[in-house]
Design a protein around this ligand. Structure first.
Ligand code: NIG
Ligand code: FE
Length: 422
């Protein structure tokens, strides 16, 4: 691929970038219109070389390349990594959007039996095929928006049978070669308290019933699951219950990646940091102590600009997080409440509403999001040895992907996953 400019998230061997290093985006920008840069990709879809056209031409013979893609005048950035999604569902909640616009809060809708509970009802009644058809469509749309890897949660089943059904649907996507989106699988059986139970009973069911069944399927090679998640929130699961569920998840071999400090400050960030959580999402209400604790533990803060935007909440204190040395990543939070899977829009919102610079947002939406999923040795930046997951942009200045909000389709020319055009 030959492009005028290649935008590198410069990791210097680090798997996650914090503080000032989040500005580490270097653009290999050609001063001469006739000279650009090339990326060489092998048969396995790995980047084997990357550099100036003249250097590459001197090193390799043209005949060595099976295929070339001319990207004159374009720029190339790493594919987006979406650090947080709830994409397995049927039945939208557009009626609730109207209620929320009229002033109802997220928890008011939830307590009235709507919100997550509305989607649980629809998902329990849906077959694996119905859920899969829906997920596959969303996954293709995510790819077209430039996401080459995404975290995907269960959490609309809330019992063993339906949680396993959701995890199987996500697993089927991984096996489906038609959808080349990379996926990290998260079990979120503790996403809400099911009707007719208490939080204490639901905690017991997750720990003693759901998790052992999931673990058995993982052990027999029938199910892939990577992370454990809990919605730690006032009126949902408290900090103690969350901690016990996360411990049981770790016991089952899962990485900690949970929802914390979204609507109320419960000091779940401190708890998560103490458990060396790989990632904690949301953090709108994180305390200064929570920031210090997460910076120290190296837990990645996955911030979700769509949530605060759609619910008219204050966004998380991202400047304080970055200046406090925390690793910050981005996710779309795609779900029936925040119906957005567009990482270009997410980075735009991150810059405008959370005061991130475009460089910081790019790092957060690529390398740091990869790190929040334990994948940053493989993906998240354009480096020799990593997977060739990249976006060819229709503009010589990569910032257009952030700047032209709402029209990413005009900016993304090609999405390339493992070296292949999607
Ligand atoms: O991350 N806060 C909890 N879970 C989701 C919302 C899920 C839903 O409303 O369906 C979130 O915003
Ligand atoms: Fe979420």
């Amino acid at each position: 691929h030959s492009a005028k400019q290649i935008v590198q998230v410069v990791s210097n061997g680090e798997r996650v970038l914090t503080g000032n290093a989040m500005k580490n985006v270097s653009t290999l920008e050609s001063d001469d219109v006739n000279k650009g840069y090339s990326i060489i990709v092998d048969h396995k879809g790995k980047i084997v070389d990357l550099g100036r056209d003249d250097e590459i031409c001197a090193k390799y013979k043209k005949e060595q390349f099976e295929k070339t893609l001319d990207a004159t005048g374009c720029s190339v950035i790493p594919g987006f990594v979406d650090g947080h999604t709830h994409p397995v569902w049927v039945g939208d909640r557009v009626h609730e959007f109207a209620m929320k616009l009229a002033g109802a809060t997220y928890m008011e809708v939830h307590r009235a039996g709507g919100g997550i509970m509305f989607t649980v009802d629809r998902v329990r009644r849906a077959s694996v095929d119905e859920l899969y058809t829906s997920l596959k469509q969303y996954a293709m749309k995510m790819l077209r928006c430039g996401s080459t890897f995404a975290e995907m949660k269960s959490g609309y089943g809330l019992d063993a049978e339906n949680e396993i059904k959701m995890l199987q649907v996500i697993n089927r996507l991984i096996k489906d070669e038609e959808v080349p989106l990379g996926v990290s699988v998260t079990y979120c059986g503790a996403h809400a308290v099911p009707k007719g139970s208490t939080a204490a009973e639901a905690t017991e069911d997750v720990i003693s019933n759901q998790l052992p069944q999931i673990k058995a399927l993982m052990d027999s090679g029938d199910l892939n699951v990577d992370n454990i998640d809990v919605f730690c929130e006032q009126g949902v699961f408290d900090v103690d219950q969350t901690k016990r569920i996360l411990e049981a998840g770790v016991e089952a071999g899962l990485a900690i990646n949970f929802h914390g400090e979204e609507l109320h400050q419960l000091n779940s960030a401190e708890m998560g940091a103490e458990m060396k959580a790989r990632a904690i999402s949301h953090l709108e209400e994180i305390s200064d102590e929570g920031i210090t604790a997460m910076a120290k533990s190296g837990s990645v803060g996955v911030v979700l600009p769509t949530t605060a935007y759609i619910l008219r909440l204050s966004p998380p204190p991202v400047r304080k997080m970055i200046e406090g040395g925390m690793a910050v990543a981005l996710g779309s939070d795609f779900n029936p409440n925040a119906h957005c899977f567009s990482m270009p829009l997410v980075v735009h919102l991150a810059c405008v509403t959370m005061h991130m610079s475009m460089n910081e947002a790019l790092v957060a939406a690529t390398l740091n999001a990869a790190s929040s999923l334990g994948q940053s040795d493989r993906i998240g930046s354009l480096e020799v040895g990593k997977q060739a997951d990249l976006l060819v942009l229709n503009s010589a200045r990569w910032e257009h992907i952030v700047y032209q909000f709402g029209s990413h389709a005009d900016v993304i020319r090609e999405v390339i996953k493992d070296g292949k055009i999607v």
